[in-house]
Design a protein around this ligand. Sequence first.
Ligand code: FE
Length: 296
Amino acid sequence: MVMVNSMKKTREVQRLVAAHRQLEGGGFVVRRPFPTIGIQQVDPFLLLDELGPIDYPAGEAVGAPDHPHRGFETVTYVLEGENEHEDSAGHKGFIGAGDVQWMTAGKGVVHAEMPSRRMLEHGGRMHGFQIWVNLPKRDKLMEPRYQELPARGIPTATSADGLAKVKVIAGDALGVKAAIETRTPIAYHHWSLQPGAEVRIPLDATFNGLLYVFAGAVKVGDDSREVKDGTMAMLGLGDEVLIRADRPAELLLLAGVPLREPMARWGPFVMNEWKELEEAAEDFQAGRMGRIKRAS
Ligand code: FE
């Protein structure tokens, strides 16, 4: 008798990590599940920061003034508020509520990520995410590039029962495919769940996967492990993720093929060898990553 195993294996929660609070840039607080002690990365992801939600009084909003990056990608997703961006290649962008900026730093850019002039003057609420995605060795010194998606350009889908909504920033979900092109296969979803929601999300078995809950709580896997607000769940192996919600919940699902390459990391540079970090620092110091040219 031939046994045909067509059963999908559900990914269970392998580890729960509570986000810690960390001061970044010009002095803003983020919730950061990783990197943290003992978790340098969740290959291929290098960092996950939740900025806010914070209500800035007039004149008090802060951002991250001119700084370099090399060897990876920074992905900014704004939920509330407005960010302005400019860089050493003369690129300027505005990232408003619901917008995504996927920046491939490649061989190096110097950029500034600041609240908009309007937010600086009048204050307002800021809430969003920045994740860092590692680049494979072959792409670390590629030409920098941007993919900018306005909120209306991000594919969304709703489950048949209407209880689960997803914005597909990378990868695919509920039959819709992201507009972003990634260097290695990545899934980046924002799920909004209503009480009673139950979703099964197929995820390639070769992907590392994690969830980060930033409102409410969900139950994950056949084990029904509870994952609460401000907590990352690192997922075990399998073909799909099962998520249920008893109350309203918001979460990010991040997954991707691990690069499994040597990593040398120092601040804004992520390379494969220490020697390459020294080169990055030298290139930055010597101005070879450029500088931001301002009229005033
Ligand atoms: Fe940056």
